[in-house]
Design a protein around this ligand. Sequence first.
Ligand code: F6R
Length: 604
Amino acid sequence: MCGIIGFTGNIPAKDVIIGGLETLEYRGYDSAGVALLCDGEITVRKRTGKVEELKKLCADMDNPATCGIGHTRWATHGGVTDVNAHPHRCGQVVLIHNGIIENYRQLITEYGLADDIISETDTEVVAALIDKFYEGDPVKAIKKAVKVLSGAFGLCIMFQDIPDTIYCIRNVSPLVAATSDRGSVIASDLTALIAYSKDYFVVPEYHLLTLTKDGIDVRDMKGNEVKPQMLSVNWDIASAQKGGYPFFMLKEIYEQPDAIRNTVAPRVMDGMPDFTDDGIDDSVFENIDKVTVIGCGTAMHAGMVGKHLIEAKLRIPVQVEIASEFRYKNPIIDEKTLTIVLSQSGETIDTLEAMKLAKANGSKVISIVNVKGSSIARESDYVLYTHAGPEIAVASTKAYTVQVAAMYLIAARMGVVKKLVSDSETKKFMTKLINTPNIIEETLEGANDIKRVANHIKLSPDAFYIGRGLDYTMSLEASLKLKEISYIHAEAYAAGELKHGTIALITENVPVIAIATQEDVYEKVISNIREVKARGAYVILISMDEKVDDVKICDKHIRIPKLDPEFTAFATAVILQLIAYYTSEAKGLDVDKPRNLAKSVTVE
Ligand code: F6R
Protein backbone atom coordinates (compact mmCIF):
# COMPACT_ATOMS: atom_id res chain seq x y z
CA MET A 1 0.00 0.00 0.00
CA CYS A 2 1.21 3.46 -0.94
CA GLY A 3 3.53 3.72 -3.89
CA ILE A 4 6.89 5.36 -3.36
CA ILE A 5 9.65 6.29 -5.76
CA GLY A 6 12.94 8.12 -5.54
CA PHE A 7 15.33 9.06 -8.33
CA THR A 8 18.67 10.82 -8.55
CA GLY A 9 20.61 10.91 -11.78
CA ASN A 10 21.49 12.87 -14.86
CA ILE A 11 18.03 13.50 -16.32
CA PRO A 12 15.20 15.69 -14.97
CA ALA A 13 13.62 13.98 -12.00
CA LYS A 14 10.10 15.36 -12.31
CA ASP A 15 9.08 13.21 -15.26
CA VAL A 16 10.78 10.14 -13.81
CA ILE A 17 8.90 10.57 -10.53
CA ILE A 18 5.50 11.30 -12.03
CA GLY A 19 5.90 8.52 -14.62
CA GLY A 20 6.86 6.15 -11.80
CA LEU A 21 3.85 7.20 -9.74
CA GLU A 22 1.58 6.43 -12.67
CA THR A 23 2.83 2.86 -12.71
CA LEU A 24 2.62 2.58 -8.93
CA GLU A 25 -0.82 4.09 -8.62
CA TYR A 26 -2.51 0.74 -8.03
CA ARG A 27 -0.87 0.76 -4.59
CA GLY A 28 -3.02 3.70 -3.49
CA TYR A 29 -4.79 6.64 -5.08
CA ASP A 30 -6.12 8.88 -2.33
CA SER A 31 -3.52 11.57 -2.99
CA ALA A 32 -0.16 12.01 -4.67
CA GLY A 33 2.85 14.25 -4.25
CA VAL A 34 6.34 15.00 -5.42
CA ALA A 35 9.40 16.71 -3.93
CA LEU A 36 12.28 17.98 -6.08
CA LEU A 37 15.68 18.92 -4.71
CA CYS A 38 17.61 21.57 -6.62
CA ASP A 39 20.23 24.15 -5.57
CA GLY A 40 19.63 23.75 -1.84
CA GLU A 41 15.87 24.13 -2.24
CA ILE A 42 13.23 21.42 -1.97
CA THR A 43 9.99 22.11 -3.82
CA VAL A 44 6.99 20.07 -2.70
CA ARG A 45 3.71 19.75 -4.60
CA LYS A 46 0.93 17.45 -3.46
CA ARG A 47 -2.82 17.12 -3.74
CA THR A 48 -5.70 14.74 -3.09
CA GLY A 49 -6.89 12.59 -5.96
CA LYS A 50 -5.14 10.38 -8.45
CA VAL A 51 -1.74 10.98 -10.05
CA GLU A 52 -3.57 12.68 -12.91
CA GLU A 53 -4.39 15.51 -10.48
CA LEU A 54 -0.77 15.80 -9.41
CA LYS A 55 0.25 15.93 -13.04
CA LYS A 56 -2.05 18.91 -13.59
CA LEU A 57 -0.69 20.57 -10.47
CA CYS A 58 2.87 20.17 -11.73
CA ALA A 59 2.16 21.07 -15.37
CA ASP A 60 3.62 24.57 -15.00
CA MET A 61 6.69 23.35 -13.12
CA ASP A 62 9.90 23.82 -15.02
CA ASN A 63 12.19 22.48 -12.35
CA PRO A 64 15.62 21.28 -13.57
CA ALA A 65 16.10 19.07 -10.47
CA THR A 66 17.65 15.69 -11.17
CA CYS A 67 16.85 14.39 -7.71
CA GLY A 68 13.40 13.84 -6.26
CA ILE A 69 10.90 11.63 -4.48
CA GLY A 70 7.21 10.90 -5.05
CA HIS A 71 4.34 9.19 -3.30
CA THR A 72 0.87 7.92 -4.04
CA ARG A 73 -1.15 7.39 -0.88
CA TRP A 74 -3.58 4.88 0.54
CA ALA A 75 -4.75 6.70 3.65
CA THR A 76 -4.34 5.06 7.05
CA HIS A 77 -3.62 7.79 9.60
CA GLY A 78 -5.46 10.98 8.83
CA GLY A 79 -8.12 11.70 6.22
CA VAL A 80 -7.73 12.18 2.52
CA THR A 81 -6.60 15.81 2.49
CA ASP A 82 -3.88 17.84 0.81
CA VAL A 83 -2.06 18.41 4.07
CA ASN A 84 -1.98 14.69 4.87
CA ALA A 85 -0.60 13.86 1.42
CA HIS A 86 3.12 13.00 1.21
CA PRO A 87 5.89 14.19 0.94
CA HIS A 88 6.07 15.67 4.43
CA ARG A 89 8.50 18.41 5.28
CA CYS A 90 9.94 19.38 8.62
CA GLY A 91 12.85 21.81 8.79
CA GLN A 92 15.62 20.49 6.58
CA VAL A 93 13.95 17.15 6.00
CA VAL A 94 11.46 16.04 3.35
CA LEU A 95 10.32 12.43 3.25
CA ILE A 96 7.83 9.87 1.98
CA HIS A 97 6.70 6.75 3.78
CA ASN A 98 4.89 3.48 3.18
CA GLY A 99 3.76 1.62 6.29
CA ILE A 100 2.49 2.51 9.74
CA ILE A 101 4.45 4.01 12.63
CA GLU A 102 2.62 2.48 15.56
CA ASN A 103 4.16 4.60 18.32
CA TYR A 104 3.82 7.98 16.61
CA ARG A 105 1.66 9.48 19.37
CA GLN A 106 4.13 8.42 22.01
CA LEU A 107 6.99 9.93 19.96
CA ILE A 108 5.19 13.27 19.73
CA THR A 109 4.99 13.45 23.50
CA GLU A 110 8.38 11.99 24.26
CA TYR A 111 10.29 14.28 21.88
CA GLY A 112 8.05 17.36 22.16
CA LEU A 113 7.13 17.37 18.47
CA ALA A 114 3.55 18.69 18.74
CA ASP A 115 4.45 22.18 17.51
CA ASP A 116 6.40 20.87 14.54
CA ILE A 117 3.60 18.96 12.88
CA ILE A 118 0.62 20.17 10.92
CA SER A 119 -0.88 16.96 9.52
CA GLU A 120 -2.69 14.04 11.18
CA THR A 121 -0.26 11.50 9.80
CA ASP A 122 2.16 9.16 11.51
CA THR A 123 4.63 9.96 8.73
CA GLU A 124 5.14 13.61 9.53
CA VAL A 125 6.29 12.61 13.00
CA VAL A 126 9.21 10.74 11.41
CA ALA A 127 10.18 13.84 9.44
CA ALA A 128 10.03 15.91 12.62
CA LEU A 129 12.07 13.38 14.54
CA ILE A 130 14.83 13.11 11.93
CA ASP A 131 14.96 16.90 11.68
CA LYS A 132 15.26 17.13 15.46
CA PHE A 133 18.20 14.74 15.45
CA TYR A 134 19.86 16.33 12.41
CA GLU A 135 23.06 18.20 13.12
CA GLY A 136 24.70 17.91 9.71
CA ASP A 137 25.10 14.13 9.64
CA PRO A 138 22.08 12.59 7.89
CA VAL A 139 23.10 8.99 8.51
CA LYS A 140 23.43 9.60 12.23
CA ALA A 141 20.05 11.36 12.39
CA ILE A 142 18.22 8.65 10.44
CA LYS A 143 19.75 5.84 12.50
CA LYS A 144 18.85 7.59 15.73
CA ALA A 145 15.26 8.09 14.58
CA VAL A 146 14.80 4.59 13.22
CA LYS A 147 15.94 3.10 16.53
CA VAL A 148 12.88 4.55 18.27
CA LEU A 149 10.31 3.78 15.56
CA SER A 150 8.05 0.82 15.95
CA GLY A 151 5.95 -0.44 13.10
CA ALA A 152 6.45 -0.94 9.39
CA PHE A 153 8.18 1.59 7.21
CA GLY A 154 9.73 2.14 3.82
CA LEU A 155 11.24 5.64 3.90
CA CYS A 156 12.87 7.84 1.25
CA ILE A 157 14.41 10.94 2.77
CA MET A 158 16.00 14.09 1.33
CA PHE A 159 17.85 16.82 3.22
CA GLN A 160 17.67 20.36 1.92
CA ASP A 161 21.40 20.96 2.39
CA ILE A 162 22.61 17.68 0.89
CA PRO A 163 22.51 17.91 -2.88
CA ASP A 164 21.37 15.13 -5.20
CA THR A 165 21.12 12.48 -2.51
CA ILE A 166 18.29 10.30 -1.26
CA TYR A 167 18.51 8.16 1.89
CA CYS A 168 16.32 5.10 2.26
CA ILE A 169 15.60 2.56 4.93
CA ARG A 170 12.89 0.01 5.53
CA ASN A 171 11.36 -2.42 7.97
CA VAL A 172 8.75 -4.86 6.58
CA SER A 173 7.36 -2.46 3.93
CA PRO A 174 8.86 -3.32 0.55
CA LEU A 175 11.52 -1.35 -1.31
CA VAL A 176 13.46 -2.38 -4.40
CA ALA A 177 16.35 -0.48 -5.98
CA ALA A 178 18.34 -0.37 -9.20
CA THR A 179 21.06 1.60 -10.90
CA SER A 180 21.26 2.52 -14.56
CA ASP A 181 23.18 4.82 -16.87
CA ARG A 182 20.53 7.47 -16.15
CA GLY A 183 20.87 7.30 -12.38
CA SER A 184 19.76 5.46 -9.25
CA VAL A 185 16.16 4.61 -8.59
CA ILE A 186 14.23 3.16 -5.68
CA ALA A 187 10.55 2.22 -5.47
CA SER A 188 8.06 0.17 -3.54
CA ASP A 189 7.49 -2.02 -6.57
CA LEU A 190 9.39 -3.32 -9.55
CA THR A 191 6.95 -1.91 -12.07
CA ALA A 192 8.48 1.53 -11.48
CA LEU A 193 12.07 0.31 -11.94
CA ILE A 194 11.69 -1.73 -15.08
CA ALA A 195 11.99 1.33 -17.36
CA TYR A 196 15.52 1.84 -15.98
CA SER A 197 16.91 -1.60 -15.38
CA LYS A 198 16.04 -5.28 -15.39
CA ASP A 199 18.55 -5.92 -12.63
CA TYR A 200 17.54 -4.87 -9.17
CA PHE A 201 17.83 -5.77 -5.52
CA VAL A 202 15.42 -6.01 -2.64
CA VAL A 203 16.49 -3.53 0.01
CA PRO A 204 17.50 -5.51 3.09
CA GLU A 205 15.62 -4.55 6.26
CA TYR A 206 17.35 -2.09 8.59
CA HIS A 207 20.07 -1.23 6.08
CA LEU A 208 20.71 2.35 5.12
CA LEU A 209 20.89 3.19 1.42
CA THR A 210 22.50 6.32 0.06
CA LEU A 211 21.43 6.99 -3.50
CA THR A 212 23.48 9.31 -5.71
CA LYS A 213 23.66 9.62 -9.45
CA ASP A 214 26.78 7.42 -9.43
CA GLY A 215 25.29 4.48 -7.56
CA ILE A 216 23.77 3.12 -4.39
CA ASP A 217 25.70 2.60 -1.19
CA VAL A 218 24.22 -0.05 1.13
CA ARG A 219 25.32 -0.32 4.76
CA ASP A 220 24.11 -2.20 7.79
CA MET A 221 23.31 -0.33 10.98
CA LYS A 222 26.93 -0.70 12.15
CA GLY A 223 28.13 1.07 9.02
CA ASN A 224 29.56 -2.00 7.25
CA GLU A 225 29.21 -1.98 3.49
CA VAL A 226 26.88 -4.70 2.20
CA LYS A 227 26.67 -6.10 -1.32
CA PRO A 228 22.99 -6.84 -1.92
CA GLN A 229 21.93 -9.91 -3.85
CA MET A 230 21.02 -8.90 -7.40
CA LEU A 231 17.89 -10.30 -9.06
CA SER A 232 16.59 -9.93 -12.60
CA VAL A 233 13.10 -9.32 -13.85
CA ASN A 234 11.84 -11.92 -16.30
CA TRP A 235 9.18 -9.72 -17.88
CA ASP A 236 9.47 -6.50 -19.84
CA ILE A 237 7.93 -3.06 -19.72
CA ALA A 238 5.10 -4.06 -22.09
CA SER A 239 3.80 -6.40 -19.39
CA ALA A 240 3.21 -3.42 -17.14
CA GLN A 241 1.31 -1.46 -19.81
CA LYS A 242 -2.26 -1.78 -21.02
CA GLY A 243 -1.30 -2.92 -24.51
CA GLY A 244 -4.45 -1.61 -26.19
CA TYR A 245 -6.92 -2.89 -23.58
CA PRO A 246 -9.18 -0.31 -21.92
CA PHE A 247 -8.23 -1.60 -18.47
CA PHE A 248 -5.46 -3.70 -16.98
CA MET A 249 -8.05 -6.06 -15.55
CA LEU A 250 -9.28 -7.09 -18.98
CA LYS A 251 -5.73 -7.49 -20.24
CA GLU A 252 -4.89 -9.64 -17.24
CA ILE A 253 -7.98 -11.81 -17.75
CA TYR A 254 -6.78 -12.47 -21.30
CA GLU A 255 -3.24 -13.17 -20.10
CA GLN A 256 -4.39 -16.17 -18.07
CA PRO A 257 -3.64 -18.86 -20.63
CA ASP A 258 0.01 -17.76 -20.89
CA ALA A 259 0.30 -17.20 -17.16
CA ILE A 260 -0.78 -20.78 -16.51
CA ARG A 261 1.45 -22.15 -19.26
CA ASN A 262 4.45 -20.33 -17.78
CA THR A 263 3.63 -21.58 -14.31
CA VAL A 264 2.89 -25.20 -15.10
CA ALA A 265 5.20 -26.12 -17.99
CA PRO A 266 8.53 -25.72 -16.13
CA ARG A 267 7.23 -28.08 -13.43
CA VAL A 268 6.43 -31.03 -15.67
CA MET A 269 9.08 -33.66 -16.30
CA ASP A 270 8.19 -36.74 -18.35
CA GLY A 271 4.53 -35.96 -17.77
CA MET A 272 4.94 -35.91 -13.97
CA PRO A 273 4.90 -32.95 -11.53
CA ASP A 274 8.44 -31.98 -10.65
CA PHE A 275 9.74 -29.37 -8.19
CA THR A 276 13.46 -30.03 -8.63
CA ASP A 277 14.15 -26.54 -9.96
CA ASP A 278 12.17 -25.00 -7.11
CA GLY A 279 14.30 -26.89 -4.59
CA ILE A 280 11.21 -28.38 -2.93
CA ASP A 281 12.30 -31.70 -1.60
CA ASP A 282 9.88 -34.66 -1.52
CA SER A 283 10.59 -35.01 2.18
CA VAL A 284 8.35 -31.95 2.70
CA PHE A 285 5.35 -34.07 1.75
CA GLU A 286 6.40 -37.45 3.13
CA ASN A 287 5.36 -37.25 6.77
CA ILE A 288 2.57 -34.73 6.78
CA ASP A 289 -0.90 -35.70 7.91
CA LYS A 290 -2.70 -32.46 7.23
CA VAL A 291 -2.43 -29.20 5.33
CA THR A 292 -3.11 -25.65 6.46
CA VAL A 293 -3.66 -23.08 3.74
CA ILE A 294 -3.29 -19.38 4.55
CA GLY A 295 -4.10 -16.28 2.52
CA CYS A 296 -6.29 -13.21 2.26
CA GLY A 297 -9.15 -12.42 -0.10
CA THR A 298 -8.75 -13.86 -3.56
CA ALA A 299 -5.55 -15.67 -2.65
CA MET A 300 -7.39 -17.43 0.16
CA HIS A 301 -10.16 -18.37 -2.27
CA ALA A 302 -7.56 -19.97 -4.54
CA GLY A 303 -6.48 -21.99 -1.52
CA MET A 304 -10.07 -23.15 -1.08
CA VAL A 305 -10.11 -24.57 -4.59
CA GLY A 306 -6.92 -26.44 -3.71
CA LYS A 307 -8.57 -27.80 -0.58
CA HIS A 308 -11.34 -29.35 -2.66
CA LEU A 309 -8.86 -31.12 -4.83
CA ILE A 310 -6.54 -32.33 -2.08
CA GLU A 311 -9.34 -33.62 0.12
CA ALA A 312 -11.20 -35.30 -2.73
CA LYS A 313 -8.19 -36.88 -4.40
CA LEU A 314 -5.79 -37.52 -1.55
CA ARG A 315 -8.12 -37.70 1.46
CA ILE A 316 -5.74 -35.48 3.42
CA PRO A 317 -7.55 -32.91 5.61
CA VAL A 318 -7.02 -29.29 4.60
CA GLN A 319 -7.87 -26.30 6.76
CA VAL A 320 -8.13 -22.96 4.95
CA GLU A 321 -7.40 -20.02 7.20
CA ILE A 322 -7.99 -16.28 6.78
CA ALA A 323 -4.54 -14.88 7.54
CA SER A 324 -5.77 -11.98 9.68
CA GLU A 325 -7.67 -14.43 11.91
CA PHE A 326 -5.04 -17.12 11.98
CA ARG A 327 -2.28 -14.81 13.16
CA TYR A 328 -4.03 -14.17 16.46
CA LYS A 329 -5.00 -17.79 17.09
CA ASN A 330 -3.36 -20.52 19.03
CA PRO A 331 -3.24 -22.70 15.92
CA ILE A 332 -3.54 -26.48 15.95
CA ILE A 333 -0.58 -27.22 13.75
CA ASP A 334 2.72 -28.98 14.23
CA GLU A 335 5.65 -30.44 12.32
CA LYS A 336 3.30 -32.93 10.64
CA THR A 337 1.29 -30.08 9.11
CA LEU A 338 2.29 -28.66 5.75
CA THR A 339 1.43 -24.98 5.54
CA ILE A 340 0.78 -23.50 2.10
CA VAL A 341 0.75 -19.72 1.98
CA LEU A 342 -0.68 -17.90 -1.02
CA SER A 343 0.08 -14.32 -1.98
CA GLN A 344 0.35 -12.54 -5.30
CA SER A 345 2.35 -9.63 -3.93
CA GLY A 346 4.26 -11.61 -1.33
CA GLU A 347 3.93 -8.55 0.92
CA THR A 348 0.48 -8.88 2.52
CA ILE A 349 1.28 -8.23 6.14
CA ASP A 350 -1.39 -10.49 7.65
CA THR A 351 -0.27 -13.38 5.47
CA LEU A 352 3.37 -12.75 6.30
CA GLU A 353 2.72 -12.71 10.04
CA ALA A 354 0.43 -15.76 9.87
CA MET A 355 3.18 -17.60 8.03
CA LYS A 356 5.70 -16.74 10.75
CA LEU A 357 3.30 -18.16 13.33
CA ALA A 358 2.94 -21.40 11.37
CA LYS A 359 6.73 -21.70 11.21
CA ALA A 360 7.06 -21.01 14.90
CA ASN A 361 4.70 -23.93 15.51
CA GLY A 362 7.03 -26.28 13.66
CA SER A 363 5.18 -26.45 10.36
CA LYS A 364 7.11 -26.40 7.08
CA VAL A 365 5.90 -23.65 4.77
CA ILE A 366 5.61 -23.60 1.00
CA SER A 367 4.62 -20.21 -0.32
CA ILE A 368 2.94 -19.65 -3.66
CA VAL A 369 4.02 -16.15 -4.62
CA ASN A 370 4.05 -14.08 -7.81
CA VAL A 371 6.56 -11.37 -6.90
CA LYS A 372 10.16 -12.51 -6.88
CA GLY A 373 12.19 -11.77 -3.78
CA SER A 374 9.15 -10.50 -1.86
CA SER A 375 8.98 -10.83 1.93
CA ILE A 376 6.79 -13.94 1.99
CA ALA A 377 8.95 -15.62 -0.64
CA ARG A 378 12.08 -14.88 1.35
CA GLU A 379 10.76 -16.00 4.70
CA SER A 380 9.06 -19.23 3.69
CA ASP A 381 10.91 -22.54 3.75
CA TYR A 382 10.15 -23.17 0.08
CA VAL A 383 8.71 -20.99 -2.64
CA LEU A 384 6.77 -21.97 -5.70
CA TYR A 385 6.79 -18.88 -7.86
CA THR A 386 3.81 -18.31 -10.10
CA HIS A 387 4.76 -16.74 -13.42
CA ALA A 388 1.82 -14.47 -14.05
CA GLY A 389 3.91 -11.37 -14.73
CA PRO A 390 2.97 -8.12 -13.04
CA GLU A 391 -0.64 -7.86 -11.94
CA ILE A 392 -1.58 -4.19 -11.98
CA ALA A 393 -5.39 -4.13 -11.68
CA VAL A 394 -6.36 -4.03 -8.04
CA ALA A 395 -8.82 -6.89 -8.58
CA SER A 396 -6.83 -10.06 -8.87
CA THR A 397 -7.54 -12.34 -11.85
CA LYS A 398 -4.54 -14.03 -13.43
CA ALA A 399 -2.79 -14.31 -10.08
CA TYR A 400 -5.81 -16.28 -8.82
CA THR A 401 -5.87 -18.86 -11.61
CA VAL A 402 -2.12 -19.41 -11.44
CA GLN A 403 -2.42 -19.87 -7.68
CA VAL A 404 -5.06 -22.52 -8.32
CA ALA A 405 -2.75 -24.14 -10.89
CA ALA A 406 0.09 -24.10 -8.34
CA MET A 407 -2.19 -25.75 -5.75
CA TYR A 408 -2.98 -28.42 -8.34
CA LEU A 409 0.73 -28.99 -8.94
CA ILE A 410 1.33 -29.39 -5.21
CA ALA A 411 -1.61 -31.79 -4.90
CA ALA A 412 -0.26 -33.85 -7.79
CA ARG A 413 3.26 -34.05 -6.36
CA MET A 414 1.95 -34.83 -2.89
CA GLY A 415 -0.12 -37.68 -4.32
CA VAL A 416 2.95 -39.16 -5.99
CA VAL A 417 5.26 -38.80 -3.00
CA LYS A 418 2.75 -40.24 -0.56
CA LYS A 419 1.91 -43.00 -3.05
CA LEU A 420 -1.76 -42.09 -2.93
CA VAL A 421 -2.14 -41.80 -6.69
CA SER A 422 -0.56 -44.04 -9.33
CA ASP A 423 1.88 -42.62 -11.85
CA SER A 424 -0.50 -43.28 -14.71
CA GLU A 425 -3.35 -41.46 -12.95
CA THR A 426 -1.01 -38.56 -12.17
CA LYS A 427 0.08 -38.35 -15.81
CA LYS A 428 -3.55 -38.14 -16.91
CA PHE A 429 -4.16 -35.42 -14.33
CA MET A 430 -1.11 -33.47 -15.52
CA THR A 431 -2.23 -33.71 -19.14
CA LYS A 432 -5.49 -32.04 -18.14
CA LEU A 433 -3.66 -29.38 -16.14
CA ILE A 434 -1.40 -28.64 -19.10
CA ASN A 435 -4.52 -28.29 -21.25
CA THR A 436 -6.22 -25.68 -19.03
CA PRO A 437 -4.82 -22.70 -20.98
CA ASN A 438 -6.61 -24.01 -24.08
CA ILE A 439 -9.81 -24.35 -22.10
CA ILE A 440 -9.50 -20.76 -20.93
CA GLU A 441 -8.91 -19.59 -24.49
CA GLU A 442 -12.07 -21.41 -25.59
CA THR A 443 -14.02 -19.88 -22.69
CA LEU A 444 -12.81 -16.37 -23.54
CA GLU A 445 -14.36 -16.70 -26.98
CA GLY A 446 -17.79 -16.30 -25.36
CA ALA A 447 -16.91 -12.93 -23.77
CA ASN A 448 -19.46 -10.94 -25.77
CA ASP A 449 -22.34 -12.96 -24.39
CA ILE A 450 -21.24 -11.99 -20.90
CA LYS A 451 -21.54 -8.28 -21.68
CA ARG A 452 -25.30 -8.77 -22.09
CA VAL A 453 -25.52 -10.42 -18.67
CA ALA A 454 -23.59 -7.55 -17.13
CA ASN A 455 -26.08 -5.08 -18.55
CA HIS A 456 -28.77 -6.69 -16.45
CA ILE A 457 -26.69 -6.99 -13.29
CA LYS A 458 -25.57 -3.36 -13.39
CA LEU A 459 -29.17 -2.25 -12.76
CA SER A 460 -29.47 -4.11 -9.48
CA PRO A 461 -28.23 -3.02 -6.04
CA ASP A 462 -27.82 -6.69 -5.03
CA ALA A 463 -26.71 -9.94 -6.61
CA PHE A 464 -26.41 -13.50 -5.35
CA TYR A 465 -24.07 -16.27 -6.35
CA ILE A 466 -25.03 -19.84 -5.54
CA GLY A 467 -23.37 -23.19 -6.01
CA ARG A 468 -22.49 -26.38 -4.21
CA GLY A 469 -19.10 -27.86 -3.38
CA LEU A 470 -16.41 -26.46 -5.64
CA ASP A 471 -18.97 -24.15 -7.22
CA TYR A 472 -19.75 -22.62 -3.84
CA THR A 473 -16.04 -21.83 -3.50
CA MET A 474 -16.14 -20.20 -6.92
CA SER A 475 -19.18 -18.19 -5.78
CA LEU A 476 -17.20 -16.73 -2.88
CA GLU A 477 -14.53 -15.43 -5.21
CA ALA A 478 -17.11 -14.20 -7.73
CA SER A 479 -19.03 -12.18 -5.17
CA LEU A 480 -15.83 -10.60 -3.86
CA LYS A 481 -14.89 -9.60 -7.40
CA LEU A 482 -18.30 -8.10 -8.19
CA LYS A 483 -18.42 -6.18 -4.90
CA GLU A 484 -14.97 -4.70 -5.17
CA ILE A 485 -15.16 -3.35 -8.70
CA SER A 486 -18.88 -2.71 -9.32
CA TYR A 487 -19.94 -1.69 -5.77
CA ILE A 488 -22.97 -3.97 -6.07
CA HIS A 489 -23.78 -5.77 -2.86
CA ALA A 490 -23.15 -9.42 -3.65
CA GLU A 491 -23.44 -12.53 -1.52
CA ALA A 492 -22.22 -16.03 -2.12
CA TYR A 493 -24.37 -18.79 -0.79
CA ALA A 494 -24.13 -22.54 -0.66
CA ALA A 495 -27.14 -23.26 -2.86
CA GLY A 496 -28.76 -25.58 -0.32
CA GLU A 497 -28.34 -23.09 2.50
CA LEU A 498 -30.27 -20.28 0.84
CA LYS A 499 -33.64 -21.47 2.11
CA HIS A 500 -32.46 -21.19 5.72
CA GLY A 501 -32.85 -17.43 5.70
CA THR A 502 -31.31 -15.59 2.77
CA ILE A 503 -33.99 -16.57 0.28
CA ALA A 504 -36.07 -13.83 1.95
CA LEU A 505 -33.95 -11.38 -0.06
CA ILE A 506 -34.87 -12.90 -3.41
CA THR A 507 -37.46 -10.70 -5.09
CA GLU A 508 -38.50 -9.82 -8.66
CA ASN A 509 -35.52 -9.49 -11.02
CA VAL A 510 -32.76 -9.87 -8.41
CA PRO A 511 -29.83 -11.41 -10.26
CA VAL A 512 -28.85 -14.88 -9.06
CA ILE A 513 -25.78 -16.31 -10.72
CA ALA A 514 -26.05 -20.06 -10.29
CA ILE A 515 -23.01 -22.22 -10.90
CA ALA A 516 -23.75 -25.86 -11.69
CA THR A 517 -20.66 -27.55 -13.03
CA GLN A 518 -20.37 -30.44 -10.58
CA GLU A 519 -22.09 -33.58 -11.85
CA ASP A 520 -22.71 -35.12 -8.43
CA VAL A 521 -24.77 -32.16 -7.18
CA TYR A 522 -26.05 -30.84 -10.50
CA GLU A 523 -29.69 -31.84 -9.96
CA LYS A 524 -29.62 -30.45 -6.43
CA VAL A 525 -28.46 -27.04 -7.68
CA ILE A 526 -31.14 -27.10 -10.37
CA SER A 527 -33.75 -27.65 -7.64
CA ASN A 528 -32.34 -24.69 -5.70
CA ILE A 529 -32.50 -22.61 -8.86
CA ARG A 530 -36.18 -23.47 -9.26
CA GLU A 531 -36.73 -22.18 -5.72
CA VAL A 532 -35.27 -18.75 -6.52
CA LYS A 533 -36.85 -18.65 -9.96
CA ALA A 534 -40.25 -19.22 -8.35
CA ARG A 535 -39.61 -16.05 -6.34
CA GLY A 536 -38.91 -13.93 -9.40
CA ALA A 537 -35.08 -14.04 -9.52
CA TYR A 538 -33.30 -13.30 -12.79
CA VAL A 539 -31.17 -16.41 -13.05
CA ILE A 540 -27.91 -16.63 -14.92
CA LEU A 541 -26.86 -20.26 -15.09
CA ILE A 542 -23.25 -21.28 -15.63
CA SER A 543 -23.00 -24.94 -16.60
CA MET A 544 -21.60 -27.41 -19.09
CA ASP A 545 -24.99 -28.05 -20.70
CA GLU A 546 -24.99 -27.64 -24.46
CA LYS A 547 -28.23 -25.69 -24.26
CA VAL A 548 -30.78 -24.81 -21.60
CA ASP A 549 -34.07 -23.56 -23.01
CA ASP A 550 -36.20 -24.02 -19.95
CA VAL A 551 -37.29 -20.56 -18.78
CA LYS A 552 -38.28 -22.11 -15.48
CA ILE A 553 -34.61 -22.64 -14.79
CA CYS A 554 -32.81 -19.62 -16.14
CA ASP A 555 -33.08 -16.36 -18.00
CA LYS A 556 -29.60 -16.62 -19.39
CA HIS A 557 -27.31 -19.57 -19.83
CA ILE A 558 -23.52 -19.36 -20.07
CA ARG A 559 -21.86 -22.55 -21.19
CA ILE A 560 -18.40 -23.62 -20.14
CA PRO A 561 -16.54 -26.32 -22.10
CA LYS A 562 -17.10 -29.97 -21.19
CA LEU A 563 -14.57 -30.77 -18.47
CA ASP A 564 -13.79 -33.14 -15.64
CA PRO A 565 -15.45 -31.75 -12.49
CA GLU A 566 -12.11 -30.97 -10.84
CA PHE A 567 -11.00 -28.79 -13.78
CA THR A 568 -14.10 -26.63 -14.17
CA ALA A 569 -12.67 -24.03 -11.77
CA PHE A 570 -10.47 -22.49 -14.47
CA ALA A 571 -13.26 -21.94 -16.99
CA THR A 572 -15.79 -20.85 -14.36
CA ALA A 573 -13.31 -18.36 -12.89
CA VAL A 574 -12.88 -16.66 -16.26
CA ILE A 575 -16.65 -16.30 -16.75
CA LEU A 576 -17.09 -14.88 -13.27
CA GLN A 577 -14.21 -12.44 -13.71
CA LEU A 578 -15.72 -11.21 -16.97
CA ILE A 579 -19.15 -10.76 -15.35
CA ALA A 580 -17.59 -8.52 -12.70
CA TYR A 581 -15.43 -6.70 -15.24
CA TYR A 582 -18.23 -5.90 -17.70
CA THR A 583 -20.60 -4.89 -14.91
CA SER A 584 -18.08 -2.39 -13.59
CA GLU A 585 -17.31 -1.13 -17.09
CA ALA A 586 -21.03 -0.81 -17.90
CA LYS A 587 -21.45 1.32 -14.77
CA GLY A 588 -18.68 3.59 -16.04
CA LEU A 589 -16.40 2.91 -13.09
CA ASP A 590 -12.62 2.94 -12.91
CA VAL A 591 -12.30 -0.84 -13.07
CA ASP A 592 -8.60 -0.95 -12.21
CA LYS A 593 -8.77 1.37 -9.23
CA PRO A 594 -11.88 0.67 -7.19
CA ARG A 595 -12.61 3.03 -4.34
CA ASN A 596 -11.01 2.54 -0.93
CA LEU A 597 -8.77 -0.26 -2.16
CA ALA A 598 -5.13 -0.69 -3.08
CA LYS A 599 -2.97 -3.51 -4.28
CA SER A 600 -0.52 -5.12 -1.86
CA VAL A 601 -2.01 -4.70 1.60
CA THR A 602 0.96 -3.94 3.81
CA VAL A 603 -1.06 -2.74 6.78
CA GLU A 604 -3.06 -4.86 9.25
C1 F6R B 1 -9.16 -9.10 -4.63
C2 F6R B 1 -7.75 -9.10 -4.27
C3 F6R B 1 -7.40 -9.26 -2.85
C4 F6R B 1 -6.05 -9.98 -2.70
C5 F6R B 1 -5.61 -9.95 -1.23
C6 F6R B 1 -4.32 -10.71 -1.02
O1 F6R B 1 -9.33 -9.02 -6.01
O2 F6R B 1 -6.89 -8.92 -5.09
O3 F6R B 1 -8.40 -9.90 -2.14
O4 F6R B 1 -6.16 -11.29 -3.16
O5 F6R B 1 -5.46 -8.63 -0.82
O6 F6R B 1 -3.28 -10.15 -1.75
P1 F6R B 1 -1.95 -10.95 -2.02
O7 F6R B 1 -2.30 -12.07 -2.94
O8 F6R B 1 -1.03 -9.96 -2.66
O9 F6R B 1 -1.48 -11.44 -0.71
